[in-house]
Design a protein around this ligand. Structure first.
Ligand code: NAI
Ligand code: HPV
Length: 610
């Protein structure tokens, strides 16, 4: 994999980087049903050009006053959710799109909202050409979204994991009871004019053992309800906490025990490579003869041909299915037509209440993501709790700026392979979540020198693709643990610098920053202490420590009407050497920078955009 090599020297008449005005950080807690769900950490700039918009914080898109984002809704969504979306965006409801039609539309959309019927494939992300920033799944299962492709394209995927739980659990119980008492078959028989009381004798539920496979949100609600029906409930879930099961009075058992000892089995696990066709000939063979199976999870967890075989020989007495490997299943499907099978067309989440809830849950998540919030229901981004984000927000700004500074110090020809990040903190290492900071440093380093849009979703992936090795270190700072971080150092290892003073004793390009009064400051360059707030553009000079230097450089800048917003001089050896850091609002012209370089007492200097 090619290592990164800066494409342009930092000192140039026209840097590729547009100056980033100081973002104001807004932190917005959006409580939904009294739950803290998300927090905004976004740069809000009064007027932002498209390129500047890409320079923000870990946001997916910074809202401009100029253009409303476009949200494509490809499946029926509750009115409350649509209303919410319309307040913030142009909403395009286009149902039943073919894959080709979806690909054709998607490059005009900032967000896409789907249910289980839309396949969001790699082709969709490719066709989006970088515009699609968020996919919202109005429901739980995200097996219809190619998460890897989403991550590679820096597209956030969010879902609505809670609003349809009860609906799915109730549907599971409806299928369980309907199956046990042959409700569907008896109904069809009567409607065809028959009265078959002997044919449709059912089985009782009370006292029977039900195995709940997947003891998550839906599984545990099914368990609770089945206990109310007098069933003995056991569950299998390798990841479920035992205390949650204990609280409901359910015993967690092994897969083998669950399938071999139960009279009824209800499936509630997600479809993943591990669970795909987990119920096959072998597992049906281990079940109690005459077992009854309910599936409101995903069709793909069952090998459907194997189920038909098990039903044919009576190994499985009955099945009640809401979900299928291919939806809709072929009309001549033997499984659907089997007399011991009852079916519904993926109705688990389809109650009025659940659909209104899901629509609002997903609309809030998508709008939040488009505004730059990190959604609490992000599926492919680090889940950083809101309180952590709140605390780290000034360091997030600092981290990105340090990355941007460090990369501009690299000499044009050398490639970056290693990034070392050192956090000095009084906190216990377990008490500091640095993932968002690492992502922002990668963003700061990669984005200015590539055409990539880097955000918290794809930062780690992008770094890996670019062959960047990132290591993080913690050093103990003897201070108050109330302050999460004292300083952040970014080291670029094994590279040459165009500003020799930026090289530390260990041979790395090193920049260090701190947050002072909420404002990010640069505090160390190479081995030299500096103290400048990270705003606007920066000129760093190493010079002979002698009177008149500040005036001389100041005059050169004033001649071109370049406004100095701060200046800091740090002497290393009195009357021998000093490092001068000058913050300027405008980007000086090449000629002006050349004049600064020609001042005899200036040994070296570099111009950096922040
Ligand atoms: N039919 C429908 O309309 C609906 C279907 N669903 C589906 O129901 C399923 C469960 O949804 P939720 O409970 O909300 O999800 P959840 O994430 O809360 O629960 C899933 C549980 O499955 C467990 N699990 C993962 N791998 C497992 C394995 N190999 N064996 C056993 N357990 C395993 C997880 O640890 C987790 O506890 C999902 O597949 C979802 O897509 C959900 C809502 C509606
Ligand atoms: O939420 C889920 O996982 C579901 O299966 C519900 O799917 P739907 O939104 O009804 O297409």
């Amino acid at each position: 994999m090619a290592a990164l090599a800066p494409t342009k020297p930092a000192i140039s008449g026209h840097s590729q980087l547009l100056p980033l005005r100081t973002p104001s950080i807004s932190l917005v807690f959006s409580p939904v049903r009294s739950r803290l769900r998300s927090i905004t950490v976004s740069a809000r700039l009064a007027e932002i050009s498209p390129v500047e918009k890409r320079s923000g914080l870990p946001d997916l898109e910074i809202t401009s006053k100029k253009a409303k984002p476009t949200v494509l809704v490809s499946e029926k969504l509750g009115e409350g959710g649509l209303e919410l979306l319309r307040q913030f965006s142009n909403v395009d409801c286009a149902y039943n799109l073919s894959p080709e039609e979806l690909c054709a539309k998607i490059s005009l959309c900032d967000a896409l909202i789907v249910r289980s019927g839309t396949k969001v494939t790699r082709e969709v992300f490719e066709a989006a050409k970088g515009r699609l920033k968020v996919v919202g799944r109005a429901g739980v299962g995200i097996d219809n979204v190619d998460l890897q492709a989403a991550t590679e394209h820096g597209c956030l995927v969010v879902n609505a994991p809670t609003a349809n739980t009860i609906a799915a659990a109730e549907h599971g119980i409806a299928l369980l009871t309907a199956m046990a008492r042959n409700v569907a078959q008896a109904d069809a028989s009567m409607k065809s004019g028959k009265w078959q009381r002997n044919k449709y004798v059912g089985v009782s539920l009370v006292g029977k053992t039900l195995a709940v496979m997947g003891f998550g949100k839906v599984g545990s609600e099914v368990a609770r309800r089945a206990k109310g029906l007098g069933m003995h409930v056991i569950a299998h879930d390798p990841y479920a906490p035992a205390d949650r099961a204990r609280a409901i009075g359910v015993e967690l058992v092994s897969f083998e025990e669950a399938i071999s000892t139960s009279d009824f089995i209800s499936l509630h696990m997600p479809l993943t490579p591990t669970t795909s066709k987990i119920f096959d000939d072998e597992t049906f063979g281990k079940m109690k003869k005459g077992v009854r199976i309910v599936n409101v999870a995903r069709g793909g967890v069952i090998d459907e041909d194997a189920l038909v075989r098990a039903l044919d020989v009576g190994a499985v007495a009955q099945a009640a299915l809401d979900v299928f490997t291919v939806e809709p299943p072929p009309s001549d499907s033997r499984l659907v037509q089997h007399e011991n099978v009852i079916v519904t067309p993926h109705l688990g989440a389809s109650t009025i209440e659940a659909q209104e809830g899901v629509a609002i849950e997903i609309a809030e998540a998508v709008v939040g993501a488009l505004k730059g919030e990190l959604a609490a229901t992000a599926v492919n981004a680090p889940m950083v709790p809101a309180e952590v984000l709140f605390e780290l927000s000034p360091y997030v700004v600092l981290a990105e700026k340090l990355g941007r500074l460090a990369v501009q110090l690299v000499a044009g020809v050398s490639g970056i392979k290693g990034i070392k990040i050192v956090y000095a903190s009084a906190r216990d290492p377990d008490d500091l979540d640095t993932r968002i900071l690492r992502a922002m440093i990668v963003k700061g380093i990669v984005q200015p020198i590539s055409s990539l849009f880097v955000n918290i979703v794809n930062a780690d992936y992008t770094a890996k693709q670019r062959g960047l090795r990132i290591s993080e270190e913690r050093v103990f700072h003897d201070g108050s643990p109330e302050v999460p971080i004292d300083s952040i150092q970014v080291h670029l290892t094994n590279v040459e610098s165009k500003f020799a003073s930026a090289i530390s004793d260990s041979g790395d390009i090193r920049v260090e920053g701190k947050v002072k009064d909420g404002v990010p400051h640069l505090t160390l360059v190479g081995g030299f202490s500096v103290n400048v707030s990270l705003e606007g553009n920066l000129i760093l000079c190493r010079q002979v420590d002698q009177p008149g230097m500040i005036g001389r450089v100041g005059n050169i800048l004033a001649e071109q009407n370049v406004n100095i917003n701060f200046m800091s001089v740090c002497r290393t050896v009195v009357r021998q050497q000093a490092i001068m850091a000058i913050g300027v609002d405008e980007e000086p012209e090449k000629e002006t920078l050349k004049k600064i370089g020609e001042v005899p007492a200036i040994d070296e200097f570099v111009f950096l955009t922040l």
